[in-house]
Design a protein around this ligand. Structure first.
Ligand code: PLP
Length: 402
């Protein structure tokens, strides 16, 4: 009975990364040697001690519903983490544990958006902010990042301020940034908060990659700014730092009165996050961080390799990312020469070389046609082999075009 479905659903983008993960899997099942730069998740399994904690929790039969906000011990552990690391002044009653950061984004946006309200979204961006806003009757407004091969991706704060209207309610900000790998400097975070204060807006700050920061790039959490809870909502989670994507655990931090209201949304959407996953998450935060630290160092080395290799590719403009585990080359010069759209180029790489990268259009309504995203969540050897295949494909295409 599709005629009863909301027509709006036709305008909602699925997360293309999941489509390409499915393509990779089906090609692998057919026996192809696929190199996938598509996945937005660490390739390293969840550390053993966290898995053991979940098993122990199951053995104790901790399998029922929990409070919607999440078990107190986990909220205490989250508060301790944020307070020790950022001096965030957070108490457990200012936290809701969610089924992943993605649910946190949805709950947060659902708690603020009236039909017609505008949400300023960075372009390119992780798609959940704009799509949640649309689903809830809001209107995303895209602020395209400036790109320079040497300076990287930058937010044009003047342009941002000029986009604010009476309907603007939220600025959705993600730092370190998916898909560009940018770590926006502390000055930008301060300025965003100042702009939010001046125009009475909310900053939704998704800091899920806050442990994936390289070369000591200066990073500032919104939670380091005094009085931040009057202006910002912090989103974070366990998926990336502890390689727990399938466990579905994230969290929202906000002022207590805001959290009390958000719980009304949360209880109607998911009741609570998985009980034994929550117990294991306490061990993640309070236990040994060595496996996470090692994983992040591994990603730093891979970042160096992927940057070095992609820099040699004809027609690619590449900036060395400082955070997360993505690199976002500008490929518009190449696309012009080979007369292809970015999607055609991505399909060609799959068909001819069994290499999966994501088109920038998966992350951007505006500038995405000029970029591709690669996740370097594969071994250095596979990164080198994958980029070699990309180079071979490009040579073929350039030969064909000349
Ligand atoms: N926020 C950003 C910026 C992400 O890149 C992702 C996942 O790729 C998420 C949130 C979602 O994380 P989770 O697995 O906790 O839902």
């Amino acid at each position: 009975m599709s005629f009863h479905l909301r027509s709006l659903l036709d305008e909602i983008k699925g997360e293309l990364a999941f489509k390409y993960i499915a393509i990779a899997r089906s090609l692998m099942d057919k026996g192809y040697d696929v190199i996938s730069f598509g996945a937005g998740q660490p390739d390293i399994p969840t550390p053993d001690h966290i898995i053991e904690a979940a098993k122990a929790s199951l053995d104790r039969r901790f399998t029922g519903y929990t409070e919607t906000a999440g078990i107190l011990k986990l909220r205490e552990a989250i508060a301790d983490y944020l307070n020790e690391r950022y001096g965030a002044s957070v108490s457990p009653d200012e936290i809701i544990v969610t089924t992943g950061a993605k649910t946190a984004i949805f709950v947060a946006i659902a708690s603020y958006i009236n039909p017609g309200d505008e949400v300023i979204v960075i372009d390119p961006s992780y798609p959940a902010y704009s799509e949640a806003a649309k689903l809830l009757g809001g209107i995303p407004k895209y602020l395209t990042l400036k790109f320079d091969k040497l300076k990287g991706f930058e937010i044009d704060l003047e342009k941002l301020e000029s986009m604010i209207t009476k309907r603007t309610k939220i600025i959705a900000f993600n730092n370190p940034h998916n898909p560009t790998g940018a770590v926006f400097p502390p000055r930008v975070v301060d300025e965003l908060m100042r702009i939010a204060e001046k125009h009475n807006l909310i900053i939704l700050s998704d800091e899920i990659y806050d442990n994936f920061i390289y070369d000591n790039a200066p990073f500032k959490s919104v939670s380091q700014i005094s009085g931040w809870k009057d202006r910002a909502i912090l989103i974070n989670g366990f998926s990336k730092t502890f390689s727990m994507t399938g466990w579905r655990l994230g969290y929202i931090v906000a002022r207590r009165d805001v959290i009390e209201k958000m719980i009304r949304v949360a209880v109607n959407v998911y009741s609570c996050a998985t009980s034994f996953a929550q117990e294991a998450a306490i061990t993640a935060l309070k236990g040994d961080w060595t496996p996470s630290r090692k994983m992040i160092e591994l990603f730093r080395r891979r970042r160096d390799v992927v940057y070095e290799e992609l820099s040699k590719v004809e027609g690619f403009e590449v900036w060395k990312p400082l955070g997360a585990f993505y690199i976002y080359p500008k490929v518009s010069m190449l696309l012009k020469k080979i007369n292809m759209t970015v999607e055609e180029f991505v399909d060609y790489l799959i068909d001819k070389q069994r290499v999966i990268v994501l088109p920038g259009t998966a992350f951007s309504e505006i500038s995405g046609g000029d970029y591709i995203r690669l996740s370097y969540s594969i071994s250095e050897e596979r990164i080198r082999e994958g980029v070699k295949r990309i180079r071979e494909a490009i040579n073929e295409l350039l030969n064909r075009a000349s």
